[in-house]
Design a protein around this ligand. Structure first.
Ligand code: GLY
Length: 356
């Protein structure tokens, strides 16, 4: 078991990473005042696999009520947020009670937002069960729901009291989910850690990755920790975590958020970003091909066609501010920088390199 301490001004918490740590969900409350009630939020896919283990542990410190929501992005909505408020008030929760999110990014984001607003904020433990949520969304305190106007448009920055990562839960993921999450791992390699990238290049099979998964998850969480400690509110450095996400977002939107999972879109988005960087003379030549080769070796898509009008639609993306857009470009594997360019230039460049 490994522990990482996150130190954000005003908030300190641990990320605990290990095999089988789900059985120790209640350990957070050791030597602390116990909450009278804990609301455990999970989904229909995760509940049959892990809810009982977590309930059993939490029941040793508190009364537990479990809410099982449908699995899938549509759960990250106002309707299910309201359902959680109703469940919490029916349960008689007070400000000293706790919420636990057990699941992937949808459950983590929704439950985080719910916890941040319930009674003006109750404590939350994040227990992420997908690779994507273990290396990215559960860490750093971004919470959100989707609204008809767009994804993640209503949310808060609200740090959890602890993130508990049981890497054994990754064994139950499909290859599509596992490698989708791996796209974010590859991202950390490109923007920050050359050794991580090269390690994946040398041994990209799922069994090789699982053989060193605790170290990999730890490395990614440690990078994210360093980034959010410097820029909790996403006004500067934290933007580098969006490497590959602008083009990835074009893909997700073009395919109506159903054709490709987030990680698949981001994987191809990283190839596009690297090609753009090479074209601008910022990225070392050959970097895009290297990223493409790795994502191909881990069964992530290397070519995703989209209509020209979808490329131009980026002007409406929430990341576009005024007539400029901040794009994250790799300098070489292991380092990156943010460059502001006119949206029109971004769109032209996207068109030029998309199908290169
Ligand atoms: N997922 C990107 C961030 O947390 O900033």
């Amino acid at each position: 078991m490994k522990t990482l301490r996150v130190n954000i001004p005003g908030y300190e918490y641990d990320i605990v990473i290990g095999k089988g740590v789900l059985h120790h969900a209640a350990d957070y409350f050791e030597n602390k005042k116990k909450p009278a009630k804990i609301l455990l939020v999970t989904d229909e896919n995760v509940a049959p696999l892990y809810a009982e283990t977590v309930e059993k542990s939490l029941s040793s410190v508190s009364q537990v009520k479990t809410v099982v929501l449908p699995a899938g992005e549509t759960t990250k909505s106002m309707d299910y947020l309201k359902r959680l408020y109703d469940e919490a008030f029916d349960f008689g929760m007070t400000r000293s009670d706790f919420v636990v999110a057990l699941g992937g990014g949808v459950i983590g984001d929704l439950t985080g937002f719910f916890a941040s607003t319930l009674l003006r904020g109750v404590g939350i433990l994040q227990i992420p069960t997908t690779l994507l949520s273990q290396v990215d969304s559960s860490v750093g305190g971004k919470t959100a729901i989707d609204v008809p106007q767009g994804k993640n448009l209503v949310g808060t920055f609200y740090q959890p009291k602890q993130v508990l990562i049981d890497t054994d839960t990754l064994n139950s993921l499909s290859d599509k989910e596992f490698f989708g999450g791996l796209a974010e791992v590859i991202k950390y390699g490109v923007i920050w850690d050359k050794n991580l990238f090269e390690m994946l290049e040398k041994a990209p099979a799922r069994k090789d990755i699982m053989a060193r998964i605790e170290d990999i998850v730890y490395t990614c969480c440690d990078i994210k920790r360093q980034v959010v400690e410097q820029d909790e509110h996403d006004t500067g450095l934290r933007m580098i975590l969006n490497f590959g996400h602008t083009a990835g977002h074009i893909v997700e939107k073009a395919y109506d958020y159903t054709g490709y999972v987030h990680g698949e879109a981001v994987a191809f988005g990283m190839v596009v970003a690297a090609r753009m960087g090479e074209k601008m003379g910022i990225t070392v030549p050959g970097t895009a091909d290297r990223i493409r080769a790795l994502i191909s070796n881990v069964s992530l898509p290397t070519d995703i066609p989209v209509e020209e009008e979808q490329l131009l639609g980026v002007a409406l993306d929430k990341k576009a501010s005024g007539s400029s857009i901040s794009v994250i470009l790799a300098e070489e594997i292991g380092s990156c920088k943010t460059v502001k360019i006119p949206v029109s230039e971004f769109c032209e460049m996207c068109k030029a390199v998309w199908n290169a």
